[in-house]
Write a protein that binds this ligand. Structure first.
Ligand SMILES: C[S@@+](CC[C@H](N)C(=O)[O-])C[C@H]1O[C@@H](n2cnc3c(N)ncnc32)[C@H](O)[C@@H]1O
Length: 466
């Protein structure tokens, strides 16, 4: 089901309340839910009208996925005000509506066929660069909105700052974006989307009320294609033009073996026959504010080749013998992962071609964010460390300096979740979103002409460049 993610009821109710905040719907009015899925927003409108004792407007749900249709039609068969249309919202005429509310599909360009990409590029001025379907839903919804109409969408927050969404920002700014509400990242449960609600009326201008994720508010005047992030959060670096994820090949949690007691050994007493399988390794607790040089007291015995492929046990020689010793074998067999993996594999397959590169390390839980450089690219971080692999190893120092700078530290302090005792939890999903100011991007890329950064090269090819 392309882009199907149902919206939680409380969020739906909040959005419908905003839709009707300036005036309730009247009997002749029309409401559209494009990409209605299982009808969450239709239900929200029905609830709102019942609660406020107002007559039902005409409610249209458009859905292209035939798998939803019979359930939708059955659900609303006794409510004549609800009309379900089975059509493609992006390619078929959409009509004109007084209110539009919904959760458009989040479908990246990589999930579209060549034919779809070409068609959308012809039809939409916002289909630029690496666009996503929710961007096109905005454009089509604006075309379908009556002159005094109102629109409320929940989408990823990314359109506020990514270069790809510059045409959408330009388009939205020609209307009145009344409200931007950045929602908690767990709004959709485990699916991390950094959602936001946009409330827009078709009239031409006005200020925008912003509610940030930390509950603070501000009023801004959105203007055109440039990133809106510096307006929303003046503490973000002026002119932020990329996120840390754009400049890194990978930002991930370190290796989980599921049995460090077996795989991690002291470096100084290691059997020389095991050395060819050993990489220096460290855990978060080994890094302290005083650490200037990465400790190399421990090694991780790794039954994988440098492409990250698990070696057959018979090719492991001394390591195979060591792992097969009954004390080790019993421990390895006690792990849940052996239900679906060879008994001597790590709990998670290590992405060695990415990890064995110059990288920046940081602890998963810390009093304040600190970063260490593994210039040699040989260290295997354990699960209590995160690692950031810059796309260009030559820029590792620039990125590490930026991460240590007050604006980056301040942003992390405000955006990371808290562990106990006020400690910060540095998760990869937060690190990935860290806005990087234009001047840092410029230094990393050498010149601005090469912006935006090209998509990630497949790992196997990268390894060939090492
Ligand atoms: C993110 S889901 C939202 C579902 C529902 N509105 C909700 O919030 O619970 C997006 C929906 O859009 C539908 N969809 C995707 N592309 C579409 C298109 N081109 N035209 C109409 N519906 C589409 C998907 O099938 C999916 O049901």
């Amino acid at each position: 089901m392309k882009g199907f993610v149902p919206t939680p009821r409380s969020t739906v109710d909040e959005m419908v309340a905003r839709l009707f905040i300036s005036r309730p719907p009247r009997a002749g009015d029309s409401v559209l839910d494009p990409g209605c899925g299982t009808g969450e927003f239709i239900d929200g409108v029905l609830r709102w009208c019942k609660r406020h004792d107002v007559p039902l407007p005409q409610i249209t749900g458009v859905e292209s996925d035939s798998r939803h249709l019979s359930a939708l039609r059955k659900k609303y068969q006794h409510i004549p005000a609800v009309n379900i249309e089975h059509r493609d919202f992006l390619t078929e005429f959409a009509g004109s509506y007084d209110f539009i509310v919904g959760n458009p599909p989040y479908v990246p360009i990589t999930a579209l066929s060549e034919e779809e990409k070409t068609r959308y590029r012809k039809l939409y001025s916002t289909a630029r660069g690496r666009f996503d379907l929710y961007i096109l839903f905005f454009e089509q919804a604006l075309r379908s909105l009556a002159p005094q109409g109102r629109l409320v969408f929940i989408t990823p927050e990314k359109y506020l700052y990514v270069d790809t969404a510059a045409p959408l920002r330009d388009l939205l700014a020609t209307h009145h974006v009344e409200e931007i509400h950045l929602l908690s990242e767990d709004t959709f449960g485990d699916l991390v989307t950094y959602p936001m609600i946009t409330v827009l009326s078709k009239s031409t201008s006005g200020t925008t009320h912003v509610q940030r994720r930390d509950g603070t508010t501000t009023t801004i005047k959105v203007a055109g294609a440039d990133s809106w992030l510096p307006l929303i959060d003046p503490n973000t670096h002026d002119g932020a033009s990329a996120t840390l994820a754009d400049l890194c090949l990978r930002i991930s949690c370190g290796i989980a073996t599921g049995a460090d007691g077996v795989f991690v050994r002291a470096a100084d007493s290691l059997d020389p026959n095991l050395k060819r399988f050993a990489y220096p390794t460290m855990a978060g607790r080994q890094l302290t504010p005083e650490t200037t040089e990465l400790p190399r007291r421990s090694v991780m015995l790794t039954p994988y080749d440098s492409y990250g492929r698990l070696l057959p046990i018979e090719e492991l020689g001394a390591l195979g013998t060591y792992l097969s010793q009954s004390v080790n074998r019993i421990q390895l067999l006690g792990r849940t992962c052996v239900r679906y993996k060879p008994w001597y594999a790590f709990h998670e397959t290590p992405l060695l071609p990415d990890i064995l590169r110059p990288k920046i390390l940081c602890k998963d839980i810390c009093e304040r964010p600190r970063f260490w450089i593994d210039q040699t690219g040989t260290v295997l971080p354990r699960h209590s460390l995160y690692y950031l692999v810059p796309r260009n190893p030559a820029t590792i120092g620039i990125l590490a300096d930026f991460l240590a700078s007050p604006p980056a530290q301040d942003w992390l302090n405000r955006n990371c979740q808290r562990a106990s005792k006020g400690y910060l939890r540095l998760q990869s999903k937060v690190l990935q979103r860290l806005p990087v100011p234009r001047e840092v991007v410029r230094s990393v890329l050498g010149n601005e002409a090469s912006w935006p950064v090209q998509p990630h090269t497949p790992t196997a090819d990268l390894f060939a460049n090492l």
